[in-house]
Design a protein around this ligand. Structure first.
Ligand code: GDP
Length: 331
């Protein structure tokens, strides 16, 4: 069916009223790479900013199978019981979607999917990690203007995307499983270092003892880490997303964190740092795009590459030539 398009002011009005259909359409504009869509999307974002509600943004990560969707369903219902609204967004830059489940897919969160106060949106479609993450960051602005005071950003725990999520959330939650033997194996130290809380899922039935053991190991490992910039000591808890055991305790930890960093000023400080980060990220991304998508530059890069590979020119001279051309001849 043909949808009529709205003006930026109409989008903003609909969003601020909490109209989820208009919100969805605005997110689609944010995600579009078409120039005319981007122009209006940027205007909508700008106009939504003053309407942002007081929110708590939580990043949730874990390897596939860790129980992210099951847990988000349970955590989500828990926060919604207290009132307010919840938006579940995702960052999945992988180009081969078919390989795994789609992050933020409604069918993965059965209870939230039918909750009137939950808004679930899958990851922007594959592109550069920076581009996908920026779109999710912008979608947060729209959701907060629509009154979504709880924001979850889900990502798959494979490395780089965690940094992107970390740069847009207040609390970073790492979901782990108790496995066989050395629990800490295979977890990138960097990811653990970012976590404000580590939660060991599937602590149910015969798995409880293993989960407790893993909890002790993670606690020991965290002791060896340098103090966090927030002054908060990351906690390690066990829970079961599926059987809904320990959900309230996980959320109590997040509440405690928020109270702690609001009191010591770190909450606002971090948000300001993130705002700066996204300004520079956007500049970097657009500069890169403008440069690499220019047909003349593309052609020149091909020629230069061949010359470098044939030892006809040094890498540095070739780069300098291309950049000189870009700065002097391209608008
Ligand atoms: P995701 O890939 O991280 O989103 O993981 P899912 O939420 O899809 O869960 C992966 C599998 O683990 C599913 O078969 C779930 O039913 C199961 N699972 C998730 N949470 C729990 C839990 O708390 N306990 C148990 N025993 N199984 C769970």
């Amino acid at each position: 069916a043909h949808r009529r398009t709205f003006t930026a002011a109409e989008y903003v009005e609909g969003i601020v009223k909490g109209d989820t259909s208009i919100l969805s359409q605005a997110v689609t504009l944010v995600e579009s790479s078409r120039y005319e869509h981007q122009a209006i999307a940027q205007e909508v974002i700008e106009k939504c900013l003053p309407h942002a509600c007081d929110s708590v943004r939580v990043g949730i990560t874990g390897v596939p199978g860790a129980g992210k969707s099951t847990s988000i369903d349970a955590f989500g219902l828990h926060v919604l019981k207290r009132g307010g609204k919840l938006a579940v967004l995702a960052i999945d830059p992988s180009s081969e979607r078919s390989k795994g489940s789609i992050l933020g897919d409604k069918t993965r969160m059965e209870k939230l999917a039918i909750h009137p106060n939950a808004f679930i949106r899958p990851s922007p479609s594959a592109g550069s990690l920076g581009g996908v993450a920026r779109k999710t960051r912008e979608t947060i602005v729209l959701c907060e203007a629509a009154g979504y005071n709880n924001i979850f950003v889900e990502t798959v725990g494979v490395g780089q995307s965690e940094t992107a999520v970390h740069s847009m959330v207040d609390f970073f939650l790492l979901i782990q499983l108790a496995g066989t033997g050395d629990e800490l194996q295979g977890i990138k130290r960097g990811i653990m270092e970012m976590a404000d809380g580590i939660v060991i899922n599937k602590a149910d039935g015969s798995n409880i003892e293993k989960a407790k053991l893993a909890q002790a190991q993670f606690r020991n490992a965290l002791h060896l880490f340098p103090p966090t910039p927030s002054g908060w000591t990351p906690q390690v808890l066990t829970y079961s997303g599926y059987y809904e055991i320990g959900i309230a305790e996980v959320w109590e930890m997040i509440d405690n964190y928020v109270a702690f960093v609001k009191k010591n000023g770190y909450f606002d400080y971090k948000r300001q740092e993130q705002a700066k980060y996204w300004m520079f990220e956007t500049i970097n991304e657009q500069l890169r795009d403008h440069f690499y998508r220019n047909p003349q530059i593309e052609k020149m890069l091909e020629e230069k590459q061949a010359r470098v590979l044939n030892n006809e020119q040094s890498s540095f001279m070739a780069a300098k030539d291309v950049l000189d051309y870009y700065f002097n001849h391209i608008k």
